[in-house]
Design a protein around this ligand. Structure first.
Ligand SMILES: CC(C)(COP(=O)(O)OP(=O)(O)OC[C@H]1O[C@@H](n2cnc3c(N)ncnc32)[C@H](O)[C@@H]1OP(=O)(O)O)[C@@H](O)C(=O)NCCC(=O)NCCS
Length: 252
């Protein structure tokens, strides 16, 4: 199973294909266009889903929140000398990032299906987007396993937000969806990501050799069982708006 970090490649692939089709003349702008009201469809219950801790909230991003995610990403997610993601999407030209990101989230929402779904949820602190907490699963009703991936704007690192948003999404996975396992993965040199996983009870689940920036490197696989999650279970995380979403996840 891929982590959400690697899923970012789909948007970039789509964009490159489209650029080739139009003869390479496509130029993208990072200038914001003030034309929509951030509205969302009334016909898709996932937009009403809220995962709340005393500190932050996770939401499926509407158009306005995707724009805010883009703004945070443009300011910077990591030191360019390092690459925390499996697909190096933050290495793409800066002026391609907005459309790549839009297509990534549109693609996720368009492709959502009971047996294969990924949600990159906007993370809001005091109503402001600070990053993304992703969660996804394949054949969840049978496998009961989710994978997660995440990022924060650089200026929000190292304050405990990464741990808080992972705790939030794990609560949703185990408590609300009834997951049995959650998996994650990080490059061996991504100390903060590995620290968050270990703090929350994940155990190492092997090492995979993968390609990063054209070089073979090692990714540490991690796995959290329901019983290990129970040891870190919190009683201050609330899930709102799930009742109408149950069938989207294949739950009765
Ligand atoms: C990974 C990420 C989401 C973590 O969020 P965060 O808010 O910085 O994480 P937290 O502050 O909750 O926790 C970080 C932990 O890492 C530890 N840490 C940080 N740097 C470390 C280092 N060099 N060595 C060891 N531990 C380190 C911190 O001490 C902290 O643990 P503690 O609370 O026990 O002290 C964030 O760093 C990020 O967005 N990084 C760039 C993108 C990324 O790597 N995404 C994950 C891809 S798999």
């Amino acid at each position: 199973m891929e982590t959400i970090c690697s899923a970012f490649r789909y948007a970039a692939i789509t964009l490159r294909a489209r650029c080739r089709r139009v003869g390479g003349e496509t130029r993208l702008t990072t200038t914001p266009i003030e034309r929509h009201d951030g509205g969302m469809s009334r016909h898709w219950a996932l937009y009403d889903l809220r995962i709340r801790t005393p500190w932050l909230e996770l939401r499926v991003p509407n158009e306005r929140l995707i724009d805010d995610i883009i703004d945070v990403a443009l300011v910077g997610i990591h030191d360019p000398a390092t690459m925390p993601f499996e697909f190096a999407w933050t290495d793409e030209p800066r002026d391609e990032l907005p459309l790549n990101t839009l297509q990534f989230y549109w693609g996720q929402l368009a492709a959502f299906a009971v047996d294969d779904w990924h949600l990159g949820m906007a993370v809001l602190v005091d109503g402001q987007v600070v990053g993304v907490q992703g969660i996804g699963a394949k054949h969840f009703p049978l496998r009961r396993e989710v994978s997660t991936g995440s990022w924060l704007g650089l200026r929000h690192h190292g304050q405990g937000i990464g741990t808080e948003m992972r705790s939030a999404v794990l609560h949703f996975a185990f408590e609300t969806l009834g997951a049995e396992y959650a998996i994650s993965g990080a490059w061996a040199d991504n100390a903060p990501s590995l620290a968050v996983s270990r703090k929350l009870g994940y155990r190492e689940n092997g090492v995979t050799r993968k390609v990063r920036r054209g070089q073979v490197d090692e990714q540490i696989e991690l796995r959290l069982s329901r019983s290990a999650w129970e040891e870190h279970r919190r009683d201050d995380i609330e899930i709102d708006g799930f009742a109408r979403c149950r069938s989207s996840f294949g739950l009765d």
